[in-house]
Design a protein around this ligand. Structure first.
Ligand code: ADP
Ligand SMILES: O=P(O)(O)O[C@H]1O[C@H](CO)[C@@H](O[C@H]2O[C@H](CO)[C@@H](O)[C@H](O)[C@H]2O)[C@H](O)[C@H]1O
Length: 488
């Protein structure tokens, strides 16, 4: 057993005891006024725009450095329910640093000074910014075992060296990541749901069958005993040094295309890599066949999402009938005896989720699925055509990011979409063009999702999915073009 004397769990508050435990109310008294201000400003906070009506402490664990003197920082690991009107509370993972005084280098990480309660007089800050606390977390992950409700696990052959310098990732992301040396990246999930996060589940399954298309997980930690299933909190994965993400590469290719830069080889290779991931996932995890009732449910959920989006973004209203055709055709396909092969998939595939590496070629990351969907839904088998459609949308985005209406953009998108599909068909033995109804339905559903995403987050980008919406209302021509290019 390694020495864990540097780690002292201060309290673990179970769901049943959360309101009454004096420790919990003491912590909440310190945290509530500060977090009310700080939380809505965090990129990963999903409840922006709605007031916070209260917090509930699910679990708190304090990690202390072994060498800590009186002025040493401590890391307060929190799982906190955030209450907002008209919806059940969301549980968030927070890593709060506590010090008497904050050094100037950490000023940007400040949450505030606690007044009253259990942390009275301490300065609270975003702990991941502090190299001493990020190191403390890696130290804890080096050894399997439990501390209160936190359980740390590692792959049996994992070798996690000590002393790797941490740096907080500056990528625009939905969670938070710390990079250690150029060796590991630790992703800390922010919005926590009971159950194994597919990012861990799928990348572990792929790594265990020897797939080179994934960054292998070496260790992870989860919350146990709080919900019916352990909830994944963080995953330490191999870092892919020198990688570039597919979105950046595609944009460079689009911008340089007039000068002759070509990205079709990359697009074809990405199609092959996606097919390899699908094949490995189908071998490693359960598969199923969707029949009439499931296909009907799928089409209904797509139609419902369309209607919710039309209500939120009225610019979509004129296209509603045309778009609904895609979902009606899917119902007809199921009613005519058509079936859909389903398996575990990536679930949110786009160019930003693919890293080009000098050593391994394309590697897919972030197997979480669409974070807004419930975890149980994300962990079900789905058609792999959904991932293909996601990537096809992404080539369209890349092509149109400067001028959504340019005819050149349409040509670039068609060429690269066709190359991706050709690579996919070549490696999987199954050509997505042979499933035109499914492909159109998934592409339509994704474009509808993008309309609401862009309306909320990047209104200037709304014309990009709107161009697709127009095209998808007139399906025949684009699909014919895609088929001619990819088939001999
Ligand atoms: N294994 C890895 N090696 C190198 N960089 C990575 C790795 N995993 C993720 N990244 C980088 O971190 C960014 C965010 O990762 P991602 O898993 O998409 O996080 P999130 O789910 O928070 O959006 C990626 O865009 C990529 O730049
Ligand atoms: O980053 P996430 O995986 O959480 O995904 C969300 O943000 C994406 C943008 O960062 C958004 O993707 C859309 O824009 C991309 C270009 O920025 C494009 O490549 C994708 O095809 C397009 O869907 C994604 O929809 C959203 O869920």
């Amino acid at each position: 057993m390694s020495d864990t004397s540097w780690l002292r769990p201060i309290t673990t508050v179970t769901s049943a005891a959360r309101a009454s435990a004096p420790e919990a109310s003491g912590l909440l008294r310190s945290l509530t006024p500060l977090l009310r201000e700080w939380l809505p400003r965090q990129r990963w906070f999903a409840g922006k725009g709605r007031p916070i009506t209260g917090f509930g402490l699910v679990c708190a664990t304090e990690l202390l450095p072994a060498d800590g003197g009186a002025d040493a920082p401590a890391l307060l690991h929190l799982l906190l329910d955030v209450h907002q009107p008209d919806c059940p509370p969301d549980c968030y993972q927070l890593l709060v640093g506590t010090r008497e005084l904050l050094p100037p280098a950490l000023a940007s990480a400040l949450i505030g000074r606690a007044v009253g309660g259990r942390l009275d007089g301490l300065t609270l800050y975003e702990g991941l910014h502090d190299p001493r606390l990020a190191t403390l977390l890696l130290e804890r992950m080096r050894t399997s075992g439990s501390d209160g409700h936190l359980r740390f696990s590692a792959e049996p052959d994992a070798v996690i060296p000590s002393g790797l310098a941490p740096r907080l990732s500056v990528a625009e992301q939905s969670n938070s990541s710390v990079i250690y040396g150029d060796t590991f990246i630790l992703k800390l999930f922010r919005r926590i749901s009971p159950g194994c996060n597919p990012d861990l589940e799928l990348s572990l399954a792929l790594a265990r069958v020897g797939s080179a298309r994934v960054a292998a997980p070496v260790a992870w930690f989860e919350a146990t005993g709080l919900h019916e299933e352990p909830a994944t909190l963080g995953v330490l994965q191999r870092y892919l040094p020198g990688s570039s993400d597919g979105w950046e590469l595609a944009l460079r290719a689009v911008d340089g295309a007039v000068a002759g830069a070509d990205f079709t080889d990359h697009a074809r290779a990405l199609g092959r890599a996606t097919a390899e991931v699908h094949t490995a996932l189908a071998d490693a995890l359960p598969t199923t066949l969707l029949r009439r009732p499931q296909i009907q449910r799928l089409a209904t959920s797509m139609a419902e999402r369309l209607d919710a989006t039309v209500a939120a973004v009225p610019a979509l209203a004129p296209y509603r009938t045309g778009l609904l055709d895609a979902f009606r055709d899917l119902v007809t396909f199921g009613s005519d005896g058509g079936t859909v092969r389903a398996q575990r998939i990536h679930g949110d595939l786009h160019l930003g989720q693919a890293l080009w590496t000098p050593a391994q070629g394309w590697v897919l990351i972030d197997f979480e699925g669409e974070p807004a969907r419930p975890l149980t839904e994300r962990r079900r088998p789905h058609s792999p055509v959904q991932d293909v459609a996601g990537m096809l949308r992404s080539f369209d985005y890349a092509a149109r990011h400067r001028d959504p209406a340019s005819p050149y953009a349409a040509e670039w998108a068609d060429r690269h979409r066709a190359a991706f599909v050709a690579g996919y068909a070549e490696r999987s033995g199954s050509d997505p063009n042979d499933s035109p109804v499914l492909l159109r339905a998934y592409e339509t559903d994704k474009a509808v999702y993008e309309v609401v995403y862009e309306a909320r987050h990047r209104p200037d980008w709304l014309p990009i999915p709107m161009a697709a919406i127009e095209r998808l209302c007139r399906p025949a021509a684009p699909f014919a073009r895609l088929s001619r290019r990819t088939r001999p």
